[in-house]
Structures are given as structure tokens and as C-alpha cells.
Design a protein around this ligand. Sequence first.
Ligand SMILES: Nc1ncnc2c1ncn2[C@@H]1O[C@H](COP(=O)(O)OP(=O)(O)OP(=O)(O)O)[C@@H](O)[C@H]1O
Ligand SMILES: [Mg+2]
Length: 619
Amino acid sequence: MGKAIGIDLGTTNSCAAIVENGRPRVITYKGGQSTIPSVFAIDEKGERLVGHDAKKQAQLNPTNTVAAAKRLIGRNYHSKTIEKVKQVFTYELVEGESSEVLIKVRDQIFTLEQISSAILRKIREVAEESLGAEVDQAVITVPAYFNDRQRQAVRAAGKLAGLKVLRVLNEPTAAALAYGLGKNLNQRIAVYDLGGGTFDISVIDIKERIFEVIATGGDTFLGGVDFDDRIMQWVLETFQKQHGIDLSYDRVAIQRIRDAAETAKIELSSVMRTRLHIQYIAKGENGNGIDIDIELTRERLEELCSDLVERTIQTVERIFREAGTTRQQIDEVLLVGGQSRMPLVQRRITEFMGKSPSKGVHPDEAVGIGASIMANSLAAAHSNDDVTLLDVLPMPIGINKVNGEMHVLFNKNQPLPDYKSRTLTTSKDNQRSIMLRIYQGEALLCADNELLGTFVFSNIRPALKGKVQIEVTFHIDSEGILNLTARDKQTGQTVESTLKLGKQGDEKGKKEEGDSPAPSAPAAPTAPVAFTMPQSSMAASIGGDQPQTEPPASLTAPETPRAETTKTENRAETTKTERAPAAPAATKAPETSAAPPAAEAPSLWAKVGGWFKGLFGGG
Ligand SMILES: Nc1ncnc2c1ncn2[C@@H]1O[C@H](COP(=O)(O)OP(=O)(O)OP(=O)(O)O)[C@@H](O)[C@H]1O
Ligand SMILES: [Mg+2]
């Protein structure tokens, strides 16, 4: 058995750590560095580069260098967020078969899982070199605000890199572990994590070895790169004023300015003024080279970026409200993520909280260290390393109503794991399939949330309308990943279900929904299908790392939970006893008659009965 490490898979930098002899430490590489740039590239010779090698050549090869891919992972190509980044990213994004985002690098197409797996593989290699031992297991961290699809994608990337992913852990929880484990604390802390691409804020209660997340939230599109962009825009405008030349169409120039902007920004965390000097950025009318040579002060930087910092403060306020906590009840604020080193951030947090942030964790290493503690705890044979984590769902998950609004199945900040059951029925005689779309997000309308996928329940037993009752059980595990199972209530048989992602899935689903009934033998029982990102078919057909194909993790249908049953068992999840799918509360199964479930949960059915009809093809 190889070693288990913790990996902080960052937007800009990734870092790995390990617990040895009971002590966690960051793994350092040859040059003494503790982080690897999360960058992937293919050079003109067709060679794949990852990490420092890829970052070094980014300026000269911007269209074939993939940076900040974490911002795209698990996203739908048609989402608003992708529209936004297409304008600023120097590499090409293309749409996949299921509306997922793919990346084109030198005429090769890669999935986001493949790009992330290349980075994870590199981390694994350098860790193995540094440790002189095989590494084959890892805990990988993700922003707390990642949705189900994004988490699945990170898991898939880990697997592609040949790692057994012991757990996908939230970054703030990892930071809290690094801060609080082994100190016998009894504290409420806030973790403010402003990294390269994402902002997260979490309120966490620590009681000795129990870490309970009370509320979490953030912005997957707010981080250091936005600060760099502000400087870059300012440089472009200033240069155009000075020389009448618009550099915004020159990808090489953009990459060079972006790099200089980041360097200046970091310098301004310790000095008051600096110069951005980039030689030969453009050619003048007389053929001579023109340089960029501009002074940037800390004051100007703060002006350019103050609204970004304010946005984080507003999110902190909102999350505190959601957590039902006051600022005074927070014992410590941990600042993590490289961008939290900016003096303006520290000042605003100090003002807002009325106290200085904790010095207890290293902003760059805390997440990786916490991940390694978790990895050690999950992989270790002895039990005195046990940690108990209680996490919450970052964003509501729900299904669509006829009026386009989202019917929330699982609420934001509700404890994990959990499950819910819903009974669906046919609305036409001999209807053979039923479709269900699942969304995640905080917006009222489904269209403004992320479509997690479209489920089609097919081969339904032919019967008069309303006579078949399909009980669907939605289960979210302790990592926030959703699984689905369905069974025919009368026969007890599992109903065949297939997941279709994204736009095309929708269209297909719509067609199937209207399928005319073909009276044939009743559906054969099939294995339950888990709600899992399909990552294999694409990867296999387009070159790149071969995925390990394995059937999607499935969940045996819990015993006949009734409509709107909520799990009542203790949510505590210790690392040693990784929770089995939550068993439903021991409520008696409803009778198998076709009577409307309204009798079981009138208030719910009064509310949703109508729209279920519309959802499944009219009345
Ligand atoms: N001293 C500093 N002052 C200001 N910003 C800094 C400083 N050092 C690093 N940064 C910025 O921090 C960001 C990187 O932070 P970090 O390495 O924590 O992010 P990440 O883990 O890659 O991203 P994420 O956690 O968002 O996925 C970069 O934008 C970098 O410019
Ligand atoms: Mg980070």
C-alpha cells in the first residue's frame, strides 16, 4: 500500500502535504518550492508540460497554455459564467457532447478532468520523488461552494491520476483542521479563504476533535486573478492613452501584462509603490519597440480593487446571518489563500470583525496540511487519529416546477449526509418514461441555477395513468455528492434510470418523455444508476490520459422511505466509520395502493402535486 497525502488543488497553485510520525508537513520539491503552478501546456514540439515548466513558457505560448482550469471544472458550456471567462481566457474552450466544457490545446481536445488529472499526476510524481515512496491515495480539497458536478469532476480527475480519492474535502474545513486539531479547542471560528480563483467563507465550531460546519458560502468567481485583471485593464487603458495602441487583441501582450500585474500586486503587499516595466510590448510607427513603464502605488491598487474586497465582506455578512451568528461570537478568524495577504483585505477584516485575524495558520499551507491530516486519519490503521467532520450542503438542490421556479429538495447549509424521497406518477395511460431535471443553486428560477443533470426513468410498466408510482430517493453523501435511485412502489422493482447531462440531455429527455407507449413485457429490474458524472466515454475517444472505467458508484435503494422522509439519525461522521448511505428513518412504508401520496404528507402534496403533473407531461 502506498502513502496517503493531502492535496490542495488550487486555481493558481497546488500543494501537497503528508503526516509523518504524527506531524503534518508540506512536501517540498527539488527547488525548495512547496507549491506547483496549476498550469498545463503543450509546447511546439508537442510535449506536455505541467507546473513550473508550463508556467515558464506561458507568455510565449498563451493559446496552448491552460491556467485557472479549476474555474471551469464541472460547468456547463452554456452557463453565464463560461460566457464571461471566454472573453478573458487565452486558450480555446469548446463545447462537449453533453454541453460540458472542453479545452483545445494544439488541436487536441481535453476534458477538464484530464487537465486537472495531469496536474494531480504531477503532484503525485514530485511527492513520490520527494518521499522516496509510492503515493496512491489522497484527500483532495475543493472550495466549499463547489456544486455536485464540480465535486464529481475532481473525484474523477483524482482517479485518472491513479489516486484512490479517500475524500473530497472542503478547503475551509481543511484549514480549520490545520488550525484546531490537537489543541483541545472549544471555539467558533470563521475561515476567510481568498485564493487565486475562489472566495470561501465558513463558520465552523470546533470542539476538541469534532469539526462542525455551521454555514458556508462564497464565490467561485472571485479571487486573485480578478485583482490581476483590474490592474491589467488599467495598464491597457493607460497604454492606449499614452500611445494610442490597443493591446487587448494581442494574446501574447495580454499574458505578459497579466504576469507583470500579478508581480506588482504581490510586491505592493509589502511596499507602497512599484513599477510595471515590460519591454517591447508593441511596435511604434517608426518600427521601434515601445515598452510599458508605469508606476503603480498601493493606493491606486486599492482603488482599483476595493469593490472586490467589499464583495467578500458582504458575503461574510450574509454567511454570518445565515449561520445565526454575530461577529462577537466568532472567537478567531483565519485568513487563508494568497490574496488574503493583501493589506487592504487584512485591514477590512480587522475593521469588520473588530479584532485582528489569527496568526495560527500559514495562508498558503493550511489547506494542504488539513487535507493531509484527513488523509492520515482515513488511511491510518490506529484509531487515535480519528476526526469527526460534520459538513453542510453549500447550495440548495432541487427540481423544476412548471412555472420555472426551483422546488428545493435539500436546503442550503443543511447537515450532510441526508436523503429525501419523492413519489412520481404517470400522467398518461401507458406512459413508459418519466423525466426529472435536477438543479443546484440559490436562484429562484431553475434557469439561473446549474443544471446538474436530467434523469430519465424508462421502461416503466404499462398501466393506466396515475397507476404506477415511482419512488425516487435522492441521497447526498457526506461530501455533498448526490445519488439517485428509483423503484416501482407496487412491484418493488428498481426502475431503470439514465442520466443525461446538460442541454442535449434535456432535448433528448423531452423527446423520450413524449414517447408513445409500446405495450411490451414489463421492465426487467436493473441496477440503480448513481448520479455520476460521465467522464469516461469522452476521454477515451479523444486521446489524453485513459480513464479508468469503472461502473458508477451505486447505492442500493434504502428500504421504502416514504415521501418527504428526512433522515433522523445522528449526522456525525467519523473518519473511521465512513458513513454508509444514510438509512432512512424507520417509518413504515406506505401501502402499495395507487392512492395519491397526498394522504401521507398533505402539506407537501398540496404544494407540489400540481406541478408534478405538469412536469411529467400534462394531465
Ligand atoms: N503577498 C501577496 N499579496 C497579494 N496577493 C498574493 C500574495 N501572494 C500571493 N498572492 C495571490 O494569491 C493568489 C494565489 O493564492 P492561492 O495560492 O492561495 O490560490 P489557489 O489555492 O491557487 O486558488 P483557489 O484556492 O482559489 O483555488 C494569486 O492570485 C496570487 O497573486
Ligand atoms: Mg486555495
